[in-house]
Ligand binder design. Structure first.
Ligand code: SF4
Length: 316
């Protein structure tokens, strides 16, 4: 949960998660819809799907006991190099370096590293260097100490070098150019998309569609719609998108409202409309499933945050 997400955001989700899935077997036995619902609002939904898949794998292949070594942990779906090293080192004391953003920053400043830290090669070189330093007796304390140093002292802006326990050996501190490290490539500008979606009414029910498993917001349910093309009006885009996504003919009703939402690699401005079904049976050209549901049933489905923001407008 903490990958890409802050502790304060994660805290209530973590408590609810541990209440609902206290053991690996509880998680493995849950339905995927229930798991996604528990994750709703936390983002990066592949993490929830991977945890669920991983729990099933551990039940099937390891009799429900989480493996303790990096080699075996890497067999579990969803557990990659970082997570396997974190579990093996912090929970089971395996002597293996742990590389996160905080550790990279400390190491890059300590050595005034000139290479781009986003490159895999740079990270594996740093891992090799740290492997020479990690003490056999206290690997978890070493890893946790470096991560905490980066989080609390060697911060991205205004590092507290005066109170840093390794300031005497830190090359960037000696040179006074701490904030020049780590070296990263220039950030590209984030694209901004304008989206329009329809809450299509038929017999008091609304149409929702399930997104494909793989990809952004995989497995979540959403109102049909899509991007407004350049030079296109929102209403025209909605009619076109609904036809392309569902095959339905609709009448435009009224505009519910507009919200803004930011994902990691792009931003959206989303406008939602109430629409009325005229004819046709709902197809699922890009979606994996269609469902007509009553408004008060929507709370039982895991929806993307942007869709929930529209429901918040309606609730007001
Ligand atoms: S001395 Fe400053 S730059 Fe160097 S590791 Fe410590 S906090 Fe970071």
């Amino acid at each position: 949960m903490l990958q890409q997400t802050q502790v304060t955001t994660v805290w209530p989700y973590y408590n609810n998660w541990m209440r609902d899935y206290p053991t690996i077997s509880h998680l493995a036995a849950a339905e995927q819809d229930q798991v996604l619902k528990s994750w709703e609002g936390l983002g990066y939904y592949s993490r929830a799907r991977n945890l669920h898949r991983g729990a099933k794998f551990v039940m099937d292949e390891f009799g429900g006991a989480l493996p303790v070594t990096v080699t075996e942990l890497l067999e579990v779906p969803g557990i990659g190099p970082y997570t396997s090293a974190a579990i093996a080192s912090l929970a089971f004391g395996e002597t293996i370096p742990l590389i996160d953003g905080n550790v990279l920053r400390v190491f890059a400043r300590l050595t005034r590293l000139k290479t781009n830290i986003t490159l895999t090669k740079t990270r594996s070189d740093i891992s090799l260097e740290l492997a020479k330093l990690i003490p056999l007796k206290y690997p978890a304390a070493f890893n946790q100490g470096l991560m905490d140093l980066g989080r609390a002292v060697c911060t991205p802006r205004n590092p507290d070098c005066a109170n840093c326990p390794i300031n005497q050996t830190c090359e960037a501190n000696q040179a006074g150019d701490m904030e020049d490290y780590p070296v990263k490539p220039q950030r590209k500008s984030i694209p901004h998309y304008h989206i329009v979606v329809g809450l299509i009414r038929r017999d008091q029910k609304l149409l929702i569609q399930r997104r494909p498993e793989n990809g952004l917001l995989g497995g979540l349910w959403e109102f049909p719609g899509g991007k407004i093309e350049k030079g296109e009006l929102g209403e025209a885009a909605l009619l076109r998108e609904i036809k392309e996504e569902t095959g339905l003919d609709i009448d435009l009703g009224w505009e519910i409202g507009t919200i803004n939402h930011a994902y990691t690699h792009f931003k959206i401005t989303l406008t939602a409309w109430f629409c009325d079904w005229i004819s046709g049976e709902a197809q699922r050209f890009a979606a994996t499933e269609n469902r007509w549901v009553y408004m008060d049933e929507l709370k039982d489905y895991a929806l993307p945050k942007a869709n929930n923001k529209i429901l918040d407008i309606l609730a007001k």
